[in-house]
Design a protein around this ligand. Structure first.
Ligand code: ADP
Ligand code: MG
Length: 224
């Protein structure tokens, strides 16, 4: 069996509009455990569609997507949702933190859906915050943090449940260069700990830090 975390074979996604939009065209992609891959491409090229597909938020129109050994395209909704909760963490450009909750509470909220045991939730949140270097800010509200610190909290939230795969859509899009560096240093640490990272970005400074770059254009993926 394949040991890849991601194995896309001939994946297409067609939006059935008039005329139809071919957002992903016969994509092949393999990402191994501990790989760190950047996806680059212009606006409208299919990046978000690809990330949503990888994140089990959207289904391919055709083709096969095996996530950690599980063929996902034939799973029912409930099984897909459980698999997503177990294997995948999401990081977005805007941090989506609740302003009136503490850092620790924001991270604990990752477990509200998903049937995790309630006991130990705070302990797991504090561990995740230690992992991203935010263990000293657990009682702060997000408004008192810098942008880079907020994104680290959002990454801690994504790490709850110990996912195999972190999917990031423009994770440094709202950050200045100093905070971008701090988040990229954290990605290096997480990769070194065995996490698999897929990062969508427009910025060369961000894609240059990944181990692999793939380019998407009009739904066609090419490895650089
Ligand atoms: P990117 O993230 O690279 O900007 P997207 O993946 O969002 O690109 O979009 C790829 C193409 O698919 C675009 O032409 C976009 O207009 C189209 N598209 C995205 N979502 C839908 C949808 N729900 N229905 C129809 N077309 C869509
Ligand atoms: Mg997009």
């Amino acid at each position: 069996m394949s040991t890849d975390v991601i194995h896309l074979d001939d994946v297409s996604r067609v939006f059935p509009t008039e005329p139809p939009v071919y957002a992903l065209r016969e994509i092949h992609l393999r990402v191994g455990r501990g790989d760190y891959v950047a996806i680059v491409g212009p606006s409208g090229s299919g990046k978000s569609t690809l990330l949503n597909t990888l994140g089990l938020l959207d289904r391919p129109t055709s083709g096969s997507y095996i996530l950690n050994g599980v063929e996902t395209t034939t799973l029912r909704d409930g099984a897909r949702t459980r698999l997503r909760g177990r294997e995948i963490g999401f990081v977005y450009q805007s941090f989506h933190l609740l302003p009136h909750r503490s850092v620790a509470e924001n991270v604990m909220l990752a477990e509200v859906y998903g049937g995790h045991p309630r006991g130990g939730r705070r302990r797991r949140a504090l561990d995740a915050l230690e992992r991203v270097g935010m263990g000293h800010r657990v009682e702060f509200v997000p408004g008192r943090l810098s942008g880079g610190e907020r994104q680290r909290v959002a990454i801690a939230r994504a790490l709850m449940g110990s996912p195999a795969l972190l999917l990031c859509d423009e994770p440094t899009g709202n950050l200045d260069s100093g905070n971008t560096e701090a988040v990229l240093d954290l990605f290096d640490d997480l990769r070194d700990q065995g996490l698999t990272l897929v990062v969508i970005t427009h910025e060369d400074t961000v894609s240059a830090r990944a181990d692999r770059r793939v380019r998407i254009h009009d739904g066609v993926l090419t490895e650089e």
